[in-house]
Write a new protein. Structure first.
Length: 222
């Protein structure tokens, strides 16, 4: 079993198949350390006194790791992605207790910061959607204002991965804005979705609705 090249930290592996310690013969091992290619249990690797902290709380993990004189990263191989992925860390119990206390102490401050960030992001989204709708109307003055706002809200939804959230979309690039309008027309003003439901291949469906899309866009450009 080849070891993962994760970092310079001590690496502990959660094996996908049954392994036994090369020194004490205990097994199967839920976690092991590879030493010269041989599996060792945590006790034989002198890591048995550490406690496991699963991933998920970045602040707690960082503080526990910083407070721990000895720590290790725990990984598991993802066969589908053919790579090792972090599962958590092993840290000293006292370090984890100190980290938990520190996180509890500033939990309220972090919650207030998250609330402020949420308000700021919401305001940014409102401004961006307004700017995007205005650019749509500049490029397509015949587009109904309400429709422009709907396109902007859909294309610019945060975290959606749609064209409005790309770098070009955020920069109000003409090509990106036009692509957002074209996508809206394709789904709402043609029978494209119905063609997909009838299992018409996507590229063929796009070719069939292209004239209808161009007709709407031409009307909106006037």
């Amino acid at each position: 079993m080849a070891g993962p090249a994760v970092s310079a930290a001590i690496v502990v592996i959660e094996p996908l198949r049954s392994r036994h310690c090369a020194e004490c013969r205990r097994g199967p091992l839920p976690r092991l350390v590879l030493e010269s290619g041989s599996p060792l249990c945590l006790d034989c690797a002198d890591l048995g006194h550490l406690v496991y902290l699963p991933r998920g709380d970045a602040a707690l993990t960082r503080r526990a790791r910083e407070a721990s004189g000895l720590w290790a990263v725990v990984v598991r191989h993802n066969r589908r992605r053919t790579r090792y992925e972090r599962q958590g860390v092993l840290v000293e119990e006292a370090a984890l207790a100190r980290a938990e206390a520190a996180c509890l102490a500033d939990a309220e401050a972090r919650a207030r910061r998250r609330e402020r960030d949420a308000v700021r992001r919401a305001a940014e989204d409102v401004r961006f959607r307004g700017a995007l709708a205005a650019e749509i109307l500049r490029l397509f003055p015949g587009c109904p204002p309400g429709r422009a706002e709907e396109i902007a809200a859909h294309a610019g939804e945060r975290g959606s991965g749609r064209v409005g959230r790309t770098a070009a979309g955020r920069a109000l690039d003409e090509g990106a804005v036009t692509a957002a309008v074209r996508a809206s027309v394709r789904h709402l003003d043609t029978d494209y979705d119905a063609l997909l439901m009838r299992r018409v291949p996507r590229r063929q469906a796009r070719i069939r609705v292209a004239p209808a899309i161009e007709s709407v866009l031409a009307a909106w450009r006037r």
